[in-house]
Design a protein around this ligand. Structure first.
Ligand SMILES: [Zn+2]
Length: 242
């Protein structure tokens, strides 16, 4: 999971979504009304298009970073707070596993009612989750990280293996980028960057770039000191950290 920049709604969409939330607020059975409106309301496709543009890689799920993001997830579930059904700040792009099978209606909160589920458009996931690069597993840094791993099952085998594979691809692409830079070949450099950017699990390159500037980097990358030198290249960091 990586930090996502949420785009602004157009003025028209902003007004329409607020109207729809107002309609739900006036209904006798808010949850039922919200479900019906959500199914048939026209702005849903426009909202989804905005989320697709903001998603990492090729429209990847904002939670697992692996599968195609197909659904608009209500971060705070509709069943818990129907008044946020059309609240743009409550919408994330998720795959059907994360939206339905993983998260579903779960929404853990602390004793003060504050969410214990990472919202990547609000939180920096790296504050709550540490990615152990050597094994591809997440370790919690905070209570919020702990609950997020559990609810979304972020350490299930297919994701752990996928992150290991993503790291292997990056370790092949980065020397190619570095060689192309030395040879003054911008087209090849761009191809190597695209290979990294467009693959699933955007959190892996983010974690590698972060680990490269932290104490103990020489230990993390002791298997490949050249890789560490490349990860520290300002030009690479400027291209991939945005
Ligand atoms: Zn997912």
């Amino acid at each position: 999971m990586i930090r996502i920049n949420r785009p602004l709604l157009s003025a028209e969409l902003d007004v329409r979504t607020k109207q729809l939330n107002g309609e739900i607020g006036a209904a006798a059975d808010r949850v039922r009304h919200a479900r019906g409106l959500w199914r048939r309301a026209q702005p849903r496709q426009s909202l989804r298009d905005l989320l697709l543009d903001a998603a990492p890689g090729i429209s990847r799920c904002m939670y697992c970073g692996d599968n195609q993001g197909t659904d608009i997830d209500h971060h705070e579930p509709l069943s818990r707070n129907p008044l946020r059904t059309f609240d743009w700040l409550n919408h994330l792009l998720a795959c059907s596993f994360c939206n339905s099978h993983g998260k579903g209606d779960q929404f853990p909160v602390d004793g003060r009612g504050q969410s214990l589920l990472i919202d990547p458009t609000v939180d920096d996931p790296a504050d709550h989750l540490a990615l152990a690069l050597s094994v591809g597993e997440y370790r919690p840094r905070t209570d919020k990280g702990h609950h997020t791993i559990a609810v979304l099952r972020l350490n299930r085998a297919v994701l752990v293996e996928g992150r290991q594979q993503a790291r292997r691809v990056i370790e092949l692409a980065l020397p190619g980028w570095h060689d192309a830079m030395r040879l003054g070949d911008p087209r090849r450099m761009n191809e190597c960057l695209l290979t990294i950017r467009m693959q699933p699990f955007a959190e892996v390159i983010t974690a590698m770039l972060l680990a490269a500037v932290q104490p103990g980097a020489e230990v993390v990358f002791r298997h490949d000191p050249r890789l560490l030198r490349i990860l520290l290249e300002p030009r690479l960091r400027a291209s991939l950290l945005n």
